[in-house]
Design a protein around this ligand. Structure first.
Ligand code: ZN
Length: 501
């Protein structure tokens, strides 16, 4: 490794350490912190984040970066050094293109917006949030201007979360998905409804659910010597290095599959982080590459694995032994159909596999129009309800179950939602690739053997850390662009059998 790259790495380790320290405090805030610790914690976090930002955007970084760039010029694109400097340059440019004044303004606006959003949602009243959303849209428009874009202001924001993917590409992927999913949903809706009352109306002891989540995480290959699970109101995964990756879950006495699938989802994120080579820790290559790739890992374990027939062939008898009162009179088939029930619903995070992406189509189209001004902030509730009527055939009864349901806008993030569907499409592409390489993959699931799948993901995805964008990684490992086809094929096959279409 070159001397200049070494110097750059040594410098950058300090702000990265500060980010990790802030992440520990964030984790504690969500999981253990007593209520009244919030103000002191906010000060602490602000200090750490400001220090990190100052170090990352200092003139010294530019000099070190330029020197390192000269050193890696001509090196293999995929080499660790060239990749590290390429990714660091992208991070640096993104961080320095937005003026400090705008960052500060955004931070103040989102603090207030978050409080207003929570209150507006409680009162089911969008107008309370409206001026804050207006400010956030204005700031994001300004941000897009600072970052720069060729075709659409949305490109600049999307690029923050999914580097290398354009708005036009998302549009074309979404159109292809719509063309397959809308008719699939119509065919399912024409079939007799699935009975899932035993999931909704019976109770499942939370301590047993907790045990089950730990059992499944262990079986998936989650390393508890390098992680732990806790309870949190909004489940998430966080990491402070690839050797300390933590997950959280939320359990409820009914719908026992929800907590389990939540744990499996976060477990998928965590397996990715635990799989990043240790040599990338404390460097710009540490961590998962993009939000779409991250979501591809979580959704693959949640959907393709934990909602599959082979998976439940192994776990249903265990589940029944855990909850004999609730499940003694339920057959495997009834259970399997119930946890895969398809039904249009208002809340994205509770949606089934088939309708989930429609929630994302709606948000993506609204965000795009907000940014260009084609949609006025005041008209968001009406536009939102119209999208739900057109995609899902249902109209939210109030704003809490409509446009106020998600936290993202109050955090100031616009351009994030498409990564959920990009990740879902990528999960199907990767899964199809794994199936092709490992023909008896799913037979293994019936014995809780997940190592072949995990090893495949380790060697194709995790091993690269942040080296490649999602399109680069898919081309390198599968020879494909991001595509809707594998997801549509998977859905069509699964639900044709389930609903006897
Ligand atoms: Zn996720």
């Amino acid at each position: 490794m070159g001397e200049k790259v070494e110097q750059f790495k040594a410098y950058m380790a300090r702000p990265l350490d500060l980010h990790m320290a802030a992440a520990v405090l964030d984790w504690d805030q969500e999981v253990y912190m007593p209520e009244e610790g919030i103000n002191a914690r906010a000060e602490l976090l602000a200090t750490l984040n400001t220090l990190a930002h100052e170090l990352e955007t200092a003139d010294e970084v530019r000099y070190l970066l330029e020197a390192a760039e000269a050193e890696v010029a001509g090196m293999d694109y995929e080499s660790d050094d060239a990749s590290l400097i390429r990714v660091a340059r992208r991070d640096y440019d993104q961080q320095t293109k937005i003026p400090a004044e705008l960052v500060a303004r955004e931070s103040r606006a989102t603090s207030k917006a978050f409080v207003a959003w929570r209150k507006a949602r409680e009162e089911k009243n969008f107008t309370k949030f409206q001026p804050h959303l207006q400010e956030i849209v204005d700031i994001n428009r300004e941000k897009a201007g600072c970052l720069g874009y060729k075709e659409h202001p949305y490109d600049a924001l999307l690029n923050l979360f999914e580097t290398g993917v354009t708005t036009a590409q998302v549009e074309s992927l979404f159109n292809e998905l719509k063309a397959g999913l809308v008719p699939l949903l119509q065919e399912i809706a024409a079939r007799p409804p699935v009975d899932d009352t035993f999931l909704v109306e019976r109770t499942y002891a939370e301590d047993r659910q907790w045990e089950l989540t730990l059992l499944v995480l262990r079986d998936m290959g989650y390393n508890f010597k390098r992680g732990r699970q806790d309870k949190a109101p909004h489940p998430f995964t966080t990491n402070f290095s690839s050797t300390d990756v933590r997950v959280t879950t939320r359990l409820s006495p009914t719908l026992p599959q929800a907590g389990l699938l939540g744990s499996v989802h976060e477990g998928g994120h965590a397996l990715y982080e635990q799989g990043i080579p240790e040599k990338f820790n404390r460097t710009s290559l540490g961590g998962g590459a993009t939000l779409g790739l991250h979501e591809s890992q979580s959704r693959l374990w949640e959907n393709q694995v934990a909602l599959s027939r082979p998976f439940w062939t192994y776990y249903f008898p265990i589940m029944r032994a855990f909850f004999p009162d609730a499940l003694h009179d339920i057959s495997f088939d009834r259970f399997y159909r119930a946890i895969n029930k398809v039904q249009p619903s208002f809340i994205r995070v509770e949606a089934d596999e088939v309708t989930y992406n429609m929630h994302i189509f709606a948000r993506f189209e609204l965000e795009k129009d907000l940014l260009t001004g084609d949609l006025k902030v005041a008209d968001v509730p009406e536009a939102w309800n119209a999208k739900y009527e057109s995609y899902l055939g249902i109209t939210p009864p109030d704003d809490a179950q409509g446009c106020l349901q998600d936290i993202h806008w109050s955090h100031g993030t616009i351009g994030y939602f498409p990564t959920y569907t990009l990740g879902t499409a990528i999960s199907a592409q990767l899964y199809a690739g794994a199936l092709q390489d490992i023909p008896d993959l799913e037979a293994g699931f019936t014995r809780a053997e997940f190592t072949p799948l995990l090893d495949w993901m380790r060697s194709k995805v995790h091993v690269h850390g942040r080296k490649f964008t999602a399109p680069e990684l898919l081309r390198r490992e599968l020879g494909q662009n991001i595509s809707a086809r594998p997801l549509l094929d998977y859905m069509r096959k699964k639900y044709t059998t389930l609903y006897e279409l």
